[in-house]
Design a protein around this ligand. Structure first.
Ligand code: AMP
Ligand code: GLY
Length: 423
C-alpha cells in the first residue's frame, strides 16, 4: 500500500513512524518531509501548500490513502482536491477546516451553539475595535482572524498595548490578509489542556490529553513559540472535566458542524482552558497539534492507519482507539534564538537510538544531517510515571548534539507539582 503524508515537521514524523507499524504499508511518501524523515519515508520536494503538484504526484504514484497534516493545505482545500480525483484522505474538507482557518467563524459557531468560550466581538474596522477596548479594558486578547503561524494572538496587559495590537494587525497588516478582521476577547485564566479527537462526523473519540509548553523560556517566560515540549496525559484533565468537555464541547462542536453542512472528518484539536466556571475553548485546530502529536501518538496502542481510514469512511468506533496508561514527555530541542533569529546548518549527531526522536528542522547536506529550522527535533520518552518519562527525555537530550542546541529545563514540572498536590 502506498501512503502519502503531506507536511514536513515533527508531527508528520510521528505520524509516519506510527503508520509504519501497519504491515500493509509498503511505501510512505512525505511531501516535502525533511532530512530526518527521509530515514522513514521517501521525501519529495513538493511544497505542502502546492495543491496541484501534490495532486499530480498522488495520481502519478497511485497513492492509496493520503494524510494531510498541516493547517494551511487543509484550509486551502487539499483534501477536496485529492478526493475529487478519487484519492481517499484523512483530514477535513475546506468547508470544515474553516474551524481553524477563521477565528471569527469559530467564535460565532461557539456563540450560536452555546459552546463555552471567552466572550468576544469581531471587527473589520480599526476605529470600532479601539472603541470596544475603551469600553472593556485590558487585560484583553486580540486575535487576527486568519492563520498566522500561531503568532496572531496578542495578550494585552494595558489598553495602549491592545490598541497597538489593533494597529499592528489591521493597519500595518503584520500577519497579512489574516488581519482583515480581528477577534477581541475576554482574558481567561486557568490551566490549559490540549485534547486531540478523532471524529468521522458521527462519533467523536478523544485521544489522551496533553499539556503543551508554548513559551520559549523556563517558567513560562519569553515569546510564544510553536511549542517547546509536551507531557501526556495532562493531570488537570480529570475524569470530571473530561465528561463535561465531552457533553458541553466535543459533541456539540461535531453536531454544530454537521448542522451547518460542514461535517468535520479528521483530527479536531481542542485547546481548552480550565476556568473556575469549567472548561472553555481557547481555540480549535483542524489537525493534530505539533508537538502534541509527538507525545500522544506514541501512547496509541491501536492501528493509526486503520483509525484514519475508518474516519474517512465514516466507520469510526471507540473500541479501535486505545491508549496506554503510561505517560510521555516530549522535549523539543531548538536552535538558540528561536522563535526569533537563529543560525542553522550545524551537523546533528546522535549517541542513542533514534526510534523515539522526531525530526523537524533538519535537512541533509552532503550526506550529513544538519539543522535547518527553529525547532530541530522532539525526543519523546515513555514510562510508567510522568517523572520517569521526564527524566528519560532530559537524559536523552544529552545524547543529541548540535551547535546552539537550546531547550527548556522545566517541561512537565508544573504537571508534576499538580500530581504531588492531588496525592
Ligand atoms: P491561540 O493561538 O488562540 O491558541 O492562542 C495562543 C495562546 O494565547 C493560548 O494557548 C493561550 O495561552 C493564550 N490565549 C488565547 N486566548 C486567550 C484568552 N481568551 N485568555 C487568556 N489567554 C488566551
Ligand atoms: N502546539 C499547538 C499547535 O499545534 O497549534
Amino acid at each position: 500500500m502506498k501512503i502519502l503524508v503531506v507536511g514536513g515537521g515533527g508531527r508528520e514524523h510521528a505520524i509516519i513512524k506510527k503508520i509504519k507499524e501497519n504491515k500493509a504499508v509498503e511505501t510512505i511518501y512525505a511531501l516535502p518531509g525533511n532530512g530526518g524523515i527521509s530515514k522513514d519515508a521517501v521525501c519529495v520536494d513538493i511544497k505542502a501548500t502546492d495543491l496541484e503538484a501534490v495532486r499530480d504526484f498522488a495520481i502519478k504514484e497511485k497513492i492509496v490513502f493520503a494524510i494531510v497534516a498541516p493547517d494551511d493545505p487543509l484550509v486551502l482545500g487539499m483534501v477536496d482536491e485529492l478526493e475529487s480525483k478519487g484519492i481517499p484522505c484523512f483530514g477535513p474538507s475546506k468547508s470544515a477546516a474553516i474551524i481553524e482557518g477563521s477565528k471569527a467563524f469559530s467564535k460565532d459557531l461557539m456563540r450560536n451553539f452555546n459552546i463555552p468560550t471567552a466572550k468576544y466581538e469581531v471587527f473589520d474596522d480599526a476605529a470600532k475595535a479601539k472603541a470596544y477596548i475603551d469600553e472593556h479594558h485590558a487585560p484583553i486578547v486580540i486575535k487576527a482572524d486568519g492563520l498566522a503561524l500561531g503568532k496572531g494572538v496578542i495578550i494585552a496587559e494595558t489598553d495602549i498595548e491592545a490598541k497597538d495590537a489593533i494597529d499592528k494587525i489591521m493597519t500595518q497588516k503584520a500577519f497579512g490578509e489574516s488581519g482583515n478582521k480581528v477577534v477581541i476577547e475576554e482574558f481567561l485564566e486557568g490551566p490549559e489542556v490540549s485534547v486531540l479527537a478523532f471524529t468521522d462526523g458521527k462519533i467523536i473519540v478523544p485521544m489522551i490529553s496533553s499539556m503543551d509548553h508554548k513559551r520559549a523560556l523556563d517558567g513560562d517566560k519569553g515569546l510564544n513559540t510553536g511549542g517547546m515540549g509536551v507531557i501526556a496525559p495532562n493531570p488537570y484533565y480529570t475524569p470530571e472535566i473530561a465528561k463535561e468537555s465531552m457533553e458541553r464541547i466535543f459533541k456539540p462542536t461535531m453536531e454544530a458542524m454537521n448542522s451547518l453542512d460542514r461535517t468535520f472528518k479528521g483530527c479536531l484539536y481542542f485547546g481548552l482552558m480550565i476556568t473556575k466556571d469549567g472548561p472553555k475553548v481557547i481555540e480549535y485546530n483542524c489537525r493534530f497539534g505539533d508537538p502534541e502529536a509527538q507525545a500522544v501518538l506514541p501512547l496509541l496502542e491501536t492501528d493509526l492507519l486503520e483509525i484514519m481510514m475508518d474516519v474517512r469512511n465514516e466507520k469510526l468506533t471507540s473500541d479501535k482507539v486505545k491508549f496506554s496508561e503510561d505517560s510521555t514527555c516530549c522535549l523539543i530541542l531548538a536552535s538558540k534564538g528561536y522563535p526569533q533569529t537563529y543560525d542553522k546548518g550545524f551537523p546533528i549527531t546522535f549517541n542513542c537510538d533514534t526510534n523515539d526522536i522526531f525530526l523537524a528542522g533538519a535537512k541533509i547536506v552532503n550526506d550529513k544531517l544538519v539543522t535547518s529550522g527553529g525547532r530541530v527535533l522532539g525526543i519523546t520518552k515513555r514510562a510508567k510515571s510522568l517523572k520517569e518519562a521526564i527524566d528519560l527525555a532530559y537524559k536523552a537530550a544529552d545524547d543529541v548534539s548540535f551547535d546552539n542546541k537550546y531547550y527548556r529545563n522545566d517541561i512537565g514540572h508544573r504537571a508534576l507539582e499538580i500530581l504531588e498536590e492531588v496525592k
